[in-house]
Each structure stands twice: as C-alpha cells, then as structure tokens.
Design a protein. Structure first.
Lengths: 824, 265
C-alpha cells in the first residue's frame, strides 16, 4: 500500500489495483493527523489492509509494514505503532523514520525515508526477477511441520499431498527415489485392472551435496496449499510447490540453492516400474510424458533455470491432461502448459493463494483452548477440500488421491463420511461426488440384475466403470484362501448412496437435484430393497444374510443398521414417487413394506439389537481385552470375536447419527451406554462418529477423547497404513463430530438447528460453512452462541423456535438456550 | 579373504556344525575352516579329523581353556562368523549349552548356533529374519547381512506385533495387512522379499513361520544381554528351533536405542 492505493508488483511493474475506502482523517489529510481519530484511522487502515490481503491468501508473515514513527515521542507511542494490529501478527515491521527512542522490539529500524522505501520495493521486484522461492507464512495455527525421520518418510508424503480434487501430488522430496513413493494421481483415471493409474511424476530435481536431512525443515501450509522445504546447510536448498486450486490443470515448483546444489532432473515417471511410460522432449524444451497402457494421462512441464553467482534457481511449470476412456491427446497438456507459462509462476501462486482463501472462507475451523486439535481439524478440512473436484464427477476413494492404498476404490466412506462434510464446506464438490454415483447407476442396475434383484445395487467397491471390484478372497498366512464377504453382503451401501443424495439436497437446498437427476439414486435403491426384503409368515419383513458396518460379525440376519437404512430408503423413495400416477401403487407398497421391517428394537431392554441373536453372544467388553482402539480380531482371533459382543465400529448407533428420525426418541443415551463399552474402534471410521453421538448425548468431555483419537489417525499414523494414503472418512467424520456433535447443527427443512455441547477444555468452537446457499459462521462458547450469515436464514437454537437471522447475524446468550432433550 | 569357522567338539553335533559351516561359507562367499579346542595338548578325535578331511575343511587343533581359546580364535579378522553346536535342548537359561552361552555373551561378531537334531539342507536359499520393529533390531541385519549375501537368497521377515507396533485400527484387513507389511519392510528391512505379520508369542510365531516358509536359517539380532527377563524370545527360539540360528550382535548404542515411535508431527 502506498498512501491510499494498493499497488500490485506481480508483473514486474507497479499497478494500482485497489483504493482504500475513505478513512478517518481531518481536513488537512492523514499526514497531518496526530490525534486519536487519526490513530484510529491508522489502525482501521491496517485492519482493512490485513483483511484485504487475507482474502488474497496473504497473511501476517508475508506482509511488510513500513512506517515512519514507531518510537515513543513525548511518552506516547508513535503514530505508526497503530499499524501493529492483531491481524498483522507475524508481519515484518520496518521503520524508515528518524526514530529517537522507544522503538518496539519487533520493529526493524532502517531509516532512509522515502528513498529507502523505493529501495525496498525495488528489492521486492528484484526477488521476482531472480525467481526467488517465495516465503510462506509459518503460522503455527496453519502449518503442519513434517518429520525428517526416515521411518516416517512415506507417511509424510501422504500427509503433505497437495491436490485440487482433480489431481494430486504426494509430498515426496524432489530427489526422492527408492524407499519413497513419489506419486501424481488424477481423479477417475484407473488402469485396466481397476487400480488408480500413477501419472508421470513431474517434480524430480537433481539435488546434490545433501549430507543429511536432519538439517532440513518441511512445512505443509494448510492456509495456502503449498509445501515449503528449507535446508540449513551449505546447499541453502529451498523449494516450494503447489497444485493450483485456481487453475485446474496447473502445477508449479520453484527451487533454489547454492550453485551446483540443484539442477533440473529429467526422469519423470510413475513410481511403479511396470507402468508403461512414454517420454518425449519437444523442440521448445518442453518435456512431455504419458503413462498407462492406453496412455490416458499426460503431463507437460518446462523449466526455467536462473544461474546467478551465488544462487541457482529452477522454476518448473507443469500441466496435465487426461482422458479416462483412452489415449489422451498430449498436445492438450502442451497447450495448457503454454497458457500456464503465459500466466507465470508468481501470478499462478497469487491466484492459488486467493483461491484457497476463498475456500477457507466457507470452511474455517477455530477451536479456542485446544490449538493441537484445531490444527488437526484444519488438516482434515484441508484434505477434504482437496479430495473432490467441483465440476463433472468426483470419484473419492477411501484414501482419496493421497496414495495408492485401496486402489483408489470408492466405498461407502465417500457417501456417509466424506460427502456430508463436503456438502457443507464446498457444495459443488459434493454434487460432483453424487455425479459419480449417478453416472454409475446403469452398472448398479446391472449388478442388481446379476444378483437376481431389481433396482440398483451399488457395489461395495467401485472404480472407473462402476462395476463391482471388491476382491473376493485374500491369501492367508498359510497361503490358504480367505473369503472376503463384504462384496456380496455389505449391502447397506445401497441405502448409504441414497442417503447421501438426500442429505446433500436437505443441506444445500438443491431440491432440483433430488427431484431431477438425483431422484433415481433414491428411487432405484428403494426398488432394490423392495425386492430384497423377505416377508415372513408373521408378516414381518427381514433382510437375511447381510453384513453391517461391524465386520467382526460378518454375515448376519436382520442387521439393524441395514434394515433401518433400508426402511428409510423405502420411505424416502416412496416420497419421491408421490405424484407419479403410474408409480403411486409402488410407493404405497414400499411404505407398507417399510413398516413391516424388523429393526431390532427390544422394548424390554430399551435397546436396538445389532442383529438377530447378538444379545445372546458372549458379553465381552473391550476394557476386558485392551484399551481402545484395538484390533480385537487380531488380539483374540476372528472366531472368538465373532462369538462375542465386541464390535469393530459403531453400527447400530450410526442410525442415531444418520437417520435420527428413524429411531425411537430417547434411545440415544441407552444405546451409547450399552454399545460404547463394546466398541473396539478398530476402524478409523468409528471414533469420530462416537464423539459426535457422545457430544449430542451431553457427554462432550468423553466425546473429546474420541475426537482427539480420530483427529490424529493420520498425523500420528495410528493405523500404520497412512503411508498408503490418508483416511478421508475419518476426516469427514471429524468434521461431522464438530458440526453435528459439538455444535449440534442439523438441517430441519429451511431451518438450521444448533444445539452446542462444548467440552470443558474448549473455550469456543467456530465453524464456517455453507447452508442452503448462505455462507454462515457458527461460534459457540460456553455461555453463548453466535451465528453470522451472508443472507437471511432461519435458525433454531436449542429447543427454541426458529428465528430469522439476517446479516450480519445474531448472538444468543446461554440462558436463552433450552438444551433439554437433545435430539436423539 | 573371509572364513566361516566351524568349532567342533567331540559330540554328535560336530557333523551338522561342519555341514552348516559349509553352507554358510556358500552363503557368504567365504572359505570354511574348522577348529577344535583341547583342554590339554593331544591329538583330535579320529572321527572329527576324518570328518574334516572328508569335507575338505582344514582342521586346526589348539589347546587351552575352551571359552577363552575359542573367543581368541573367533576374534581373528578373517573370521566372518563362527558356527557352534548347541549341546542340548535344555530348559534352563542356557538352551545352547554352557560353552556356547558364554561365547554368545562375549563375542562381538555373528555366530551360528546349530541345534543337535539339525538336518542340513543342500544350500541355504531362504532366510527367516524375525524383527522387533525397532531400528536396533533391524540395523545389524541390513548393515551386516545384506551386503554379504547374493540377491537370489530369499529374505522372509516375521514380526510379532508388540504394544508399540500393533496397529490400533484395521479398516479393511484384505488391504491393510498388505499395506502394513509393505510399510514395515520399508521402515525396517527394505531388502526383504516378504513379511509375515502376526500376533501372539513371538517365539512361537517365529517357529511357525520357519516351518511355513520352509526357511533354511533363522537370523536374529540381539543385545547380548542375558540378564533375567531379557532375550526371552531368543532363548525360546534356540530351545525350539530345528534350524540353525544366526545371531547378530547389536552394538551397545544400537541396543539401547529407543523404538521407533509413531508420532509424526
């Protein structure tokens, strides 16, 4: 900012891009002002500038604040000290004035007045001309430091994956080779065998003279989606990279180091040597690489090398192109690269930062009193925002694009765990996730027919074409065949897909989707259940031979989760058929059938029985074996666990989370009391959902323990498998625990219900998201709730009546809240 | 030049010891020598001499206190490893016998212990390497063993979960076992062919794995700490294994190193 003008230096020349609004200053202008009003004006200007920059993704640590009088003058702080506002914490403050005394310790005294100011600006321009690696605001609330331990190499690669939903790059070092898994993946690009196809890795650099990685630091900056690497040795190595969220096909890497320390490496390729790779160098120096038998994905990249006397810089811009159905035209990648090069690294980075700032404006999580959990929650949201593209279709595998684990296959994780979070923080991406299901309806119909059923039967695991790619067996330790039952029996995914479509519509208000293209996701799945349910002579409907989420008890009869979700699916499908004259009869049949379905409710116990015969099993508790989380089947053996009441993950209780209106009111607390001591949390999907339920049941401190367990599944590699990719479902569950559990948020038609339950360790919890097209921020403290909204909104707090909330929002003190009878 | 030194005694183990030494010589690309220690000067037992002659292995006979003399001979710079016979399958603290136990505790280089009922294979092709999931247990294997063997030798790792290494969660066992195994090898023994992960008593799992994978030799590193309560797994393996066991000593610093923690950030 110079005076009241914001000047952009991005393109190597000064360009005014913004004028500050008129601020408080007297008739003689701000330079003559020295009174309280002028000081307020200084602070207001600083705040305005800080907010304006933050909206561009430029925060404190990236800001240079120049003033003339920071020092004490006559016992009063200098006027420039009013620029030192909280919003500019971590900024570099420089005084160019003739300071006499009392300079605040954080201010650097340079002197030199306007001449020095011009020099400073010229230095900034010179940095750009030399293509120096840009700085990152190392705000501890937003950066994840990565370990240098050899044993965690691959885990950190997964943690530091950068993606935009359409493509993602693991955080391997630029020179990494054996023992590491550098990987670049494109959403929806599978090999013929149903595995995600590793695309050409374009980040390879020739890094020399590195003696030890112990003197190296790496940070993942969640706020701006960049990975920074610094080496404190003679190489002075410094790299920064990003996968643009502003330009879908653009990627960039810039590296600098002492002469001889770095150079362009030219070995692009997938991490797996068996993947075919075709490389060529075009006449203009652009490298072009394609992978896969049918070469469905191509990457074009080009280097600019600046060799200074004391520093060499390699700047690499890259573009990708893909075609899921066959060979990609490599010229497409080359053309995109040309466009990207025209924009240049600095502009791409600026646009990328601004795009991330925009994303966070609807997704930020703030937890006061628990910075560690806050960072973990932001880490989860970062990867949720990176998991799905917001146009076309998004196949969100269990590990997203952060690794090859699970082959990139799509499970119910996407529908029940990831989608609800994404629907709230990036609705367009949730719509793309549903588009993935929609386009695979024909395959789901075919699978139903293949299994002698009607309707649509979504497979437990799917990849590119939507057919069932669930493995049928695995080799055991003695090389014996061990059958895998999930593909044939874990049918609840059929209802889970329908639920996701309905939830998306309820949360976002996109009714046109549910009554338009999304209708078949609910109707065809309902039709599947209509054929699948067996009516007994007693007139009750049963689902025999199904497997619930608790996979310790593999194939059971009348799994409560499956049956109740099927009941919900039948009823919701019937609702959507209403008004279709020719289908009204079918709708009536579905409703009637739904009413007959056994749901496991045992009134004498006040509990749902997880499946027929569950209560007769050995009443073993988790605490009798080991503290959770535990892999009970490994500790006790699969047969022993199957004969006991120990369950792998929340099963019946998940109904209270997903379809609370389908369960008996008031049954939540008794269900928790019974099932929680029996839940091993031996699945990463489990602890966050339990945390959410516990919070809703008025036990937020117990909920916090499980929340923290879920929050660090990947950051602490609790499963030992994070190296293969991040557990996106756990991340989605974590967001749900924050929103649905601790804040008690729920969509009730047009009304946003809020019923907060904060743990004692948190002084406040704040979430930003989008509800029915409105950007909202809900902040709960122990004594009040406040809601900010971008447009009129109906809000119901506690058990109160819905009230209209218009911009800027409302605050309700605790005494107004009626929290009795939390939703169950 | 390197030599595998077979230490022969006047007992029934002498033959399998010599045969195992010959196989280890093939494995490490080393010469093989034999040594017999007499308490008093004299001539070696005729059977032992003919055994060595028949195998084409030079036999050296020295006299002196057995343990000290063996240690001195094994300390020679050309000796890559010693091969000792386990006298019996005792249930006590020294399942390998008194002399071998003293050697193991004090020697600074690898030693192969041959059980009395050993059936010698034609060639050592498959090694079973039990690892604890610590850097201390893996380092001797990666640094000492790997450079000495040919690439076509199969290295099968077995790991019995400990409280530190046991995962808390397994979402989809059909995928996760393989992921866990791959990551275990990447962290602890990237040169291995295959890993078997198991839970339960480590010694029993090692013995089971040695049978199921048809191993020819078990390779274990140890801290040479024989105090009460230590080296329980090793003792149990030596007590029950029908395979020779190559013991790799850890340096004191390695032995005292902490287990690799899971914490990343």
């Amino acid at each position: 900012m110079i005076g009241e003008e914001v000047v952009d230096l991005l393109d190597g020349e000064a360009r005014v891009v913004e004028r500050l609004p008129p601020l408080v200053h007297n008739a003689d202008g701000p330079s003559a002002a020295s009174g309280p009003l002028a000081r307020q004006g200084q602070a207001a200007a600083a705040r305005f500038a800080a907010d304006w920059l933050a909206a561009l993704g430029v925060t404190g640590g990236l800001v240079l604040v120049v003033g003339g009088d920071f020092g004490n003058a006559g016992g009063a702080p200098g006027a420039s000290t009013y620029l030192m506002v909280d919003e500019l914490a971590r900024a570099v403050f420089v005084s160019l004035g003739t300071e006499q005394a009392g300079l605040p310790p954080s201010v650097v005294k340079l002197g030199g007045g306007q001449t020095r100011l011009v020099e400073l600006l010229e230095e900034q321009l010179a940095h750009r001309e030399q293509r120096r690696v840009p700085s990152v605001d190392l705000d501890p609330a937003w950066v994840v430091p990565l370990s240098n331990a050899h044993s965690h190499e691959r885990v950190c690669e997964a943690l530091a994956t950068l993606g935009n939903g359409a493509a993602a790059l693991r955080g391997a070092r630029e020179e990494d080779g054996p023992g590491t898994v550098p990987m670049f993946l494109v959403n929806g690009i599978y090999a013929a065998d149903g595995h995600l196809l590793p695309a050409p890795v374009w980040t390879d650099l020739d890094v020399r003279n590195r003696r030890s990685r112990r003197v190296e630091h790496r940070w993942l900056d969640l706020r701006t989606g960049v990975l920074l690497r610094l080496a404190n040795d003679e190489t002075a190595l410094r790299t920064v990279r990003f996968v643009s969220v502003a330009a879908r096909h653009a990627m960039a890497l810039r590296a600098e180091g002492s002469p001889g320390a770095i150079g362009p490496g030219h070995t692009p390729g997938p991490s797996a040597p068996e993947i075919p790779l075709v490389e060529q160098t075009l006449g203009d120096g652009t490298d072009l690489a394609r992978t896969g038998t049918d070469a469905p994905v191509a990457v074009a990249f080009r280097d600019e090398v600046v060799e200074g006397e004391d520093r060499h810089v390699v700047e690499r811009l890259a573009a990708w192109a893909a075609c899921p159905d066959g060979p990609v035209d490599p010229e497409q990648a080359d053309e995109r690269l040309t466009e990207i090069r025209h924009r240049g690294f600095d502009r791409l980075l600026a646009e990328h930062r601004a795009a991330w700032a925009k994303r966070w404006a609807d997704a930020e999580v703030t937890i006061e009193g628990d910075r560690r959990s806050e960072l973990a929650a932001r880490f989860a949201v970062f990867h949720l925002l990176s998991a799905a593209t917001d146009t076309g279709e998004a196949a969100v595998g269990a590990r997203g694009l952060t690794g090859e684990a699970y082959n990139g296959h799509v499970f119910w994780d996407a529908d029940v765990f990831v989608l609800p979070a994404v629907a709230a923080i990036r609705p367009s991406a949730a719509r793309a996730m549903l588009e993935y299901r929609l386009r695979r309806l024909p395959a789901a119909r075919a699978l139903a027919r293949q299994r002698g059923q009607i309707g649509a039967r979504f497979p437990w695991e799917s990849a590119g074409d939507g057919t069932d790619v669930t493995p049928r067996f695995v080799r055991g330790r003695q090389h014996q065949i061990v059958p895998i039952t999930t593909g044939l029996h874990e049918e609840h995914i059929v209802a889970d897909v329908a639920w996701a479509a309905d939830h998306y519509a309820r949360w976002t208000g996109d009714a046109a989707f549910l009554h338009g293209p999304g209708r078949d996701l609910v109707v065809e799945t309902a039709r599947y259940w209509a054929g699948r349910v067996r009516l007994n002579r007693d007139g009750r409907g049963h689902i025999y031979g199904a497997e619930g989420p608790d996979e310790y008890h593999e194939v059971v009869d009348d799994n409560a989760y499956t049956n109740v979700m099927a009941r919900w699916n039948l009823r919701r499908g019937a609702d959507l058929l209403a008004g279709s004259e020719d289908l009204d009869g079918e709708a009536d049949e579905w409703r009637a059938l739904a009413d007959t379905l056994v749901d496991g409710w045992d009134p004498s116990r006040g509990l749902y029985e997880q499946f027929a015969g569950y209560f007769d099993l050995e009443p073993l508790l988790v605490a009798q074996v080991a503290p959770p989380p535990m892999v009970a089947d490994v500790l006790l053996g699969a047969r022993r666990v199957a004969g006991s009441q120990i369950i792998k993950q929340v099963d019946t209780m998940l109904l209270h989370h997903l379809v609370p209106n389908e369960v008996i009111p008031g049954s939540l607390e008794a269900g928790i009391a019974f099932y929680e001591p029996r839940t091993a949390h031996g699945s990463s999907l489990s602890p966050a959902i339990s945390a959410s339920l516990l919070a809703r049941a008025g036990q937020p401190d117990r909920a916090l323990e499980l929340f923290r367990l879920a929050a660090f599944i990947d950051l602490d590699d609790l499963t030992g498998t994070t190296a293969g990719g991040l557990h996106l479902a756990a991340m989605g569950g974590l967001w749900q625990a924050l929103a649905w559990g601790f804040l008690g948020m729920a969509a009730e038609g047009d009304t946003l219900a809020i019923c907060p339950r904060l743990p004692a360790a948190w002084s406040s919890l704040s979430l930003r998201c989008v509800f029915r097209g409105r950007s909202i921020r809900v902040r709960a403290q122990h004594d009040r709730v406040s809601v900010d909204c971008s447009d009129d909104l109906l809000v119901r707090i506690g058990q109160g009546r819905p009230r209209r909330c218009g911009p800027p929002g409302l605050t309700a003190p605790l005494e107004e809240l009626s929290l009795e009878g939390a939703r169950s | 030049m390197s030599t595998v030194l077979a230490t022969l005694d006047e007992n029934t183990v002498a033959e399998p010891v010599l045969e195992t030494a010959l196989r280890c010589g093939q494995l490490f690309g080393s010469d093989v020598g034999a040594l017999h220690v007499c308490r008093h000067p004299g001539v070696p037992h005729a059977t032992m001499a003919s055994l060595a002659e028949r195998s084409g292995v030079p036999l050296r006979v020295v006299s002196g206190p057995v343990v000290a003399t063996l240690l001195e001979s094994l300390a020679g710079p050309e000796i890559v490893t010693g091969v000792l016979g386990a006298r019996a399958r005792g249930e006590g603290r020294d399942p390998v016998g008194h002399v071998a136990a003293q050697i193991l505790e004090r020697i600074a280089k690898p030693v192969v212990i041959v059980p009395p009922d050993r059936n010698v294979p034609g060639r050592i092709r498959r090694l079973l390497v039990p690892l604890e999931g610590t850097e201390a247990s893996s380092r001797p294997v990666t640094e000492w063993l790997l450079p000495r063997i040919e690439e076509d030798v199969e290295l099968v790792v077995v790991h019995a979960f400990t409280g530190v290494t046991r995962p808390g969660m397994l979402d989809r066992p059909e995928y996760d076992w393989s992921l866990l195994g791959d990551e275990f090898l990447a962290r602890h023994f990237p040169g291995a062919t295959h890993v078997e992960l198991a839970s339960g008593p480590a010694a029993r799992r090692i013995t089971e794995a040695s049978i199921s994978c048809q191993a020819d030799l078990v390779v274990m590193s140890w801290a040479q700490d024989t105090s009460e309560g230590r080296a329980k797994t090793l003792r149990a393996v030596l007590r029950t294994s029908s395979l020779p066991v190559l013991l790799l000593p850890r340096t004191p610093a390695e032995a005292s190193g902490p287990p690799v923690a899971h914490s990343v950030t």
